[in-house]
Design a protein around this ligand. Sequence first.
Ligand code: BG6
Length: 461
Amino acid sequence: MTLFPADFLWGGALAANQVEGAYLADGKGLSTSDVLPQGIFGPITQREAGDSCLKDQAIDFYHRYPEDIALFAEMGFSCLRVSIAWSRIFPQGDEDAPNEAGLAFYDRLFDEMAKHGIRPLVTLSHYEMPYALTQRYSGWASRQTIGFFEHYARTVFARYRDKAKYWLTFNEINMALHAPFTGVGLPPDSGKQAIYQAIHHQLVASARAVKACHELVPDARIGNMLLGDIVYPLSCRPEDLLACQQRNRDWLFLGDVQARGAYPAYMQRFFREEGIELDIHASDLVDLRTTVDFISFSYYMSGCASANPDFAQQAGGVLGMVPNPHLPSSDWGWQIDPQGLRYLLNLLYDRYQKPLFIVENGLGARDEVTPDGRIHDDYRIQYLNDHLIQVAEALDDGVDLLGYTSWGPIDLVSASKAEMSKRYGFIHVDLDDQGHGSLERRRKDSFYWYRDVIRSRGQTL
Ligand code: BG6
């Protein structure tokens, strides 16, 4: 087995709205996640009605982070991916002055990580923005939101410049195509014209954040974050190959803009044929020329694309993929494909020639606590082991990879379903879908497995 590099960043990945809870504590404003109690594809609710939601408390990371970070350190983490809840820093999104109590929380969090030698990888926006921005400005439909985001980004870069050296702009920027409210703050039934315009504003904001990071924290590195939405042709028919190429370009174009600094030529045809006319200012084209330092991505599953309408109409699941008849699926219908990770790593490295970072990967599964209080999650170990073997293959292929942060190293609220039943953690949290439980943390079998993988630099895989 290939020895992973000595400076490889090993760890896990979290998102503020799925772990912190304390959803209105210390001056935090409502975020878009706070009004989606059933998850990112669910209905938007009015919190004034008094309804509660599992994410309001989540796993109470806001108060329990010292205990959780100590457990991550026990596994040997050198890196922890977290996100900053924008609405803790700017509760309404459009204020001039930040909320000091919100800033102070992330000071405490980063300081605690530093005590254990764990480096933060910080996402500026992970599936949330201040809800007020969607009410007052229609979210990313407004060009003004670019300025609010840049102000927020500059505020946190300046504040944490000595504490955080790895940054990401927008989590899974392509999710706007599947969940417009979560991605760009637009109503779920928005048309393509509105969605692509909002994405354009977000791309400009991302580039401006990269520029700001380079100015304010010159020794930091900042990346984008793509949902690895990879599909294969369902058959070797040429028309299936072209359908597949188009389906992959649907999301790769975002990486093309962020890594190469301009819209790729093929998008002109796409916009023309879809009747989309973007309002792009000359200054936007200049802004977009600032490109990311590295490419980060999530990878859970792969699927297929087909030009044959009989098969194409089978496309489903959260990402609208045609099922691959050769792959097994998780209990949530996500098709498991470890070799797809090697393929994707090579594809992205060939395409961008920039360092890569796997910032999410994992298996959502139901766990059972045995009477002696243990959790034998061999299915999770199998999934992660198989994927990491393919990561080692990609390293051998010559891919430049900065690190690997598995998704949800501690159980957290699922994004798509806002439930606890779908667990990813090495650490179990006693909490059910109704919000009942002691919140006690317990090490699963996978906890010891991951500790050994990190300690051996992959030799135990
Ligand atoms: C990624 C998101 O798409 O998938 C995470 O960045 C999310 O926020 C993860 O939790 C897994 O999805 P789910 O729906 O199983 O929580």
